[in-house]
Design a protein around this ligand. Structure first.
Ligand code: ACO
Length: 155
């Protein structure tokens, strides 16, 4: 069975989550754990994907101080052995639902180098860089209201 959880509600997955993220983006366990411990119901929020109680995916939602109705998604990662089976799509869809229905957000931004095609398939479109703590991010998804999520293309 596949389910989503908020990491701070399942602290027993903290170490596994740290290991999963560190397989892609190496950082000291101490720094990584400190970051994961900040997860909360609002932002920042670390979302995990579980398959029969095994952690297979993670992503993090963070605030964008200059755009209160939006967040940005980072550190999206699926366990290597589980890639290409739709789990990346699943965790993104669940995170979008959480953003729209629980956090009442209207937009999601992200930045990627190499996974553009994956995000395009999910409906993300490129947009002008948005500054977040000095780093430009340049892809976004409009979450505004169902039915029919509207995608806005920007030059
Ligand atoms: N290039 C082109 N197409 C891709 C790619 C890619 N790199 N990755 C997935 N796709 C396609 C799949 O073929 C699939 O297409 P289909 O619907 O026509 O079959 C579709 O996108 C959905 O694929 P999923 O199976 O849902 O994706 P997956 O579970 O493999 O997860 C992910 C994708 C998260 C990118 C995974 O490959 C991964 O963990 N990669 C390493 C970490 C990484 O690069 N993360 C993204 C960083 S950017 C960020 O965090 C904002």
């Amino acid at each position: 069975m596949i389910s989503m959880a908020l990491l701070h509600k399942k602290p027993e997955y903290m170490q596994k989550c740290c290991e999963l993220i560190n397989t892609e983006w190496k950082r000291s366990d101490t720094a990584r754990m400190r970051s994961l411990e900040n997860s909360c119901d609002s932002l920042p929020c670390n979302i995990i994907l579980l398959q029969d109680k095994v952690l297979i995916g993670h992503l993090k939602l963070s605030s964008i101080p200059s755009i209160p109705e939006a967040c940005f998604v980072e550190s999206v990662v699926i366990l290597k052995s589980h890639r290409g089976m739709g789990y990346g799509t699943k965790i993104m869809n669940l995170a979008e639902e959480y953003c729209r229905d629980c956090l009442k957000l209207r937009e999601i931004y992200l930045s990627t180098k190499g996974q553009e095609q994956f995000y395009r398939k999910l409906g993300y479109v490129e947009c002008p860089p948005v500054s977040i703590y000095g780093c430009p991010i340049n892809t976004f998804r409009d979450l505004s209201p169902p039915p029919g999520t509207k995608i806005i293309a920007m030059e």
